[in-house]
Design a protein around this ligand. Structure first.
Ligand code: ADP
Ligand code: MG
Length: 305
């Protein structure tokens, strides 16, 4: 599949401080890619460069084959953006706001306006004044506005900040439908792992301006078992001798074993005179993995916010 957007060795230095460090990333049609990182990691800075609000110090951004370095306006014309809370005229209806924005682009038809209104589920309220909308509805109107000109690529910077759980859920569902229906590539930033996990097909993780991992949500995770057997030290030694990786957890052992290895393990424990009290699959969450990957501190702090 051809990427819609390519970040190529993107860098930003402000006052001798490297804010973004050689960041490369490709985004694909129909996919939602999450941009996850703690506050201050460099998400907004990256996005500001991608939408032309800030100039990069090094590297390039290529949108649908067009280099922003070489052909800035043409490249940007393919992007739909919600960088922060979308600015709307509160005294006008949602529909009038969309009409207003539609005039800024060539060739946005009335049919297209109706279509985006349907896609964000605003049919029933679109003729009411924006001032009467909830934050969630305003965010969805912002989404409709960003979609008006059929962008290939949608960028959202922490779109669910301030939404309540129901609003977040609704927003997520609309975003999913839209990525599928329109085939757009969506890039959405967040400091909340739980949210990104539910919303995205892929996650790019940024920390201190560096991309530290990209992974598909469908990637199978390593399989772990929680084992309690006494004496624990002896059990641990047997496992280590057998080539397993072993951690201690709540007085028991956490072992990176596959299901088919379990009967053999239990047999060898019994043969060695160990007493086995528990053997159960242990699902490592994405959170566990990120905490390991990032050395514990930063994502955890952001996660709890
Ligand atoms: N205009 C600026 N001048 C100086 N430092 C900045 C500027 N913009 C952002 N930064 C710094 O760059 C880092 C990344 O910020 P930002 O991109 O806003 O992170 P995020 O959106 O991931 O929370 C932070 O340390 C921030 O203080
Ligand atoms: Mg930010």
């Amino acid at each position: 599949m051809k990427p819609v957007v390519e970040l190529k060795g993107l860098s930003k230095t402000i006052k001798n401080k490297k804010i973004i460090d050689n960041l490369s990333l490709s985004l694909y049609p129909g996919q939602i890619t999450g941009f996850l990182g703690p506050n201050g990691a460099g998400k907004t800075t990256t996005i500001r460069m991608m939408v032309g609000l800030m100039k990069q110090t090094g590297g390039d951004i290529v949108i649908d084959g067009v280099s922003l370095r070489e052909n800035f306006e043409e490249g940007l014309s393919k992007v739909g953006v919600i960088v922060e809370n979308p600015e709307m005229y509160k005294f006008m209806s949602g529909y009038k706001n969309l009409l207003h924005f539609a005039r800024m682009h060539n060739g946005v038809t009335k049919e297209r306006i109706d279509e985006v209104v349907r896609q964000v589920g605003m049919q029933n309220r679109i003729h009411e004044k924006v001032g009467s909308y909830s934050l969630g509805m305003r965010q969805r109107l912002g989404l409709a506005q960003a979609l008006l000109h059929n962008p290939k690529f949608l960028i959202l910077d922490e779109p669910t900040n301030g939404l309540d759980p129901a609003g977040i859920r609704e927003f997520r569902q609309y975003l999913r439908k839209i990525a599928e229906a329109e085939g757009v590539s969506v890039f959405v930033s967040s400091h909340m792992l739980s949210e990104i996990e539910l919303m995205c097909d892929r996650i790019a993780i940024i920390q201190n301006g560096k991309l530290i991992d990209i992974r598909e949500m469908s990637e199978t995770r390593e399989s772990f078992y929680y084992i309690e057997a006494t004496p624990t030290e002896k059990a641990k030694q047997l496992l280590v001798d057998g080539g397993f990786t072993v951690d201690t957890l709540n007085g028991g052992l956490l072992v990176n074993a596959e299901q088919h290895q379990i009967p053999g393990l239990v047999e060898s424990f019994i043969a060695e005179g160990l007493e086995v009290y528990a053997v159960q699959p242990h699902k490592k969450t994405l959170e566990d993995e990120f905490l390991e990957m990032t050395g514990g501190g930063q994502i955890a702090e952001a996660y709890s916010k």
